[in-house]
Design a protein around this ligand. Structure first.
Ligand code: FMN
Length: 396
């Protein structure tokens, strides 16, 4: 079973990612992990922090000479801002005499719930772990998953579809959308709409307000037969919903055209099945992927995609109404350096989580203790898929 855990606070010493269940002999591509971390930091609409920190990963255990050893692997990304917070976030010290607790919760953030739940009088204790800084750890896990998936020919990408009420509109292939998004400041693919989105973010920022939006993440080159209808934990759509909804700020996840499916006839929605003996490895294929590439909790093969809706950022310069929980007085919620719109960055985290779900599914299906074993089992499965070619395809 492939698992990851993260630890660490936003302004603490570091964000840690611990991954269990990786096979031995997987190369750990540090430059690639760092590139993914810098993608997470990019995107128009981000707050000041992205400018002061450049995330870089270090390995604390589980890897020797660039390859995994089969045990748990631990990564660390230092919080460079910690040097400015070393007293306030010191794991050993105590509160300085001048310290003032934070007692005004922001609507839309974890503040009030976290305070009540853990019996904290100081909201700082909630803010620090609930912060989306934790998504650094998710991106490290996702980057490792992407490296693992390369061995099976799977590529994961994504693009922003909408910011606030403005949606990208140009029609083009997945490949083109993903490749255009790579070089776009908003990680989107329609340059005309992008200008409008940027103007909207600037305008909303000036008003002291924030924005949400939607993004799509896509995997290409997926084999059919991953996941299972057998149990809720095994369904790929359950796993996708779990990991993508687990990204802070994500309030809607649909596998393929999930919500639109409710308005369509069966004949308009379901992806018809075709056979072509020239297609390798599997001759059965779909021309459409409205199902998101998952049926009965199982991958249909080729494409898998998910759309996510992100709510507007809860920390507004123009503070919303709140209550000081110590004074019991109505006040404006406090502002702390914050993004205006984080949809482009959340999209990168979404890619990480899609890659993670798929890596876990490949790991489960192909077993083994080392990359060599997994690749041998995978090759055996490809041979099996090719056996669906009919005898008349005898050239094979
Ligand atoms: C990449 C990313 C960046 C975010 N940046 C901020 C931010 O700067 N300020 C903020 O208040 N919320 C930010 N959020 C959203 C909050 O973390 C999130 O709304 C909060 O943790 C409450 O969780 P919930 O929205 O899932 O209920 C960000 C989310 C992501 C994925």
């Amino acid at each position: 079973m492939l698992e990851f855990h993260t630890a660490g606070e936003s302004h603490g010493p570091a964000i840690i990612t611990l991954i269990r269940g990786l096979p031995a002999n997987l190369e750990v591509d540090i430059p690639f992990i760092n590139r993914e971390l810098s993608r997470r930091q990019s995107g128009f609409g981000s707050g000041g922090r992205m400018k002061i920190e450049k995330d870089e990963v270090e390995i604390l255990g589980g890897v020797r000479w660039g390859k995994t050893l089969g045990g748990p692997v631990v990564f660390e990304v230092k919080n460079r801002d910690y040097e400015n917070w070393s007293t306030l976030m010191d794991p050993r010290g105590s509160a300085p005499s001048s310290y003032e607790e934070i007692t005004i919760p922001r609507p839309g953030h974890a503040d009030l719930g976290g305070m009540v739940k853990y019996r904290f009088s100081d909201l700082r204790n909630v803010i620090e772990r609930a912060s989306a800084r934790e998504t650094v750890g998710k991106c490290v896990a996702g980057a490792v998953a992407k490296v693992f998936l390369r061995h099976f020919g799977v590529k994961v990408g994504g693009f922003v579809e909408s910011i606030g009420e403005i949606s990208a509109q140009e029609e083009m292939s997945w490949e083109e959308k993903i490749s255009r998004a790579e070089s776009s400041p908003l990680h989107t693919y329609d340059p005309e709409r992008e200008k409008e989105m940027i103007e909207l973010i600037e305008k909303v920022g000036e008003e002291g307000d924030t924005l949400g939006g939607t993004f799509v993440v896509v995997a290409q080159g997926v084999v059919p037969g991953l996941g299972s209808y057998g149990e809720i934990q095994e369904r790929l759509d359950s796993q996708l919903a779990f990991f993508l909804m687990g990204i802070p700020g994500i309030k809607g996840v649909e596998v393929g055209e999930g919500f639109r499916s409710a308005t369509l006839r069966g004949s308009q929605f379901h992806d018809e099945i075709f056979y072509d003996s020239r297609r390798l490895p599997f001759p059965f294929y779909r021309q459409t992927f409205r199902s998101g590439g998952v049926e009965g909790g199982i991958s249909v093969g080729d494409i898998m995609w998910v759309r996510c809706a992100m709510k507007p950022i809860p920390t507004l310069r123009r503070g919303l109404m709140s209550v000081d929980v110590r004074e019991k007085k109505a006040v404006s919620a406090r502002f702390e350096r914050s993004d205006i719109c984080a949809v482009p960055r959340a999209m990168v985290v979404g890619e990480a989580m899609l890659a993670w779900v798929l890596a876990a599914a490949y790991r489960k299906k192909f077993g083994g203790d080392s990359m060599e074993e997994i690749e041998a089992y995978f090759k055996d499965y490809l041979d099996y898929l090719e056996s669906f070619h009919s005898l008349e395809d005898g050239e094979k």
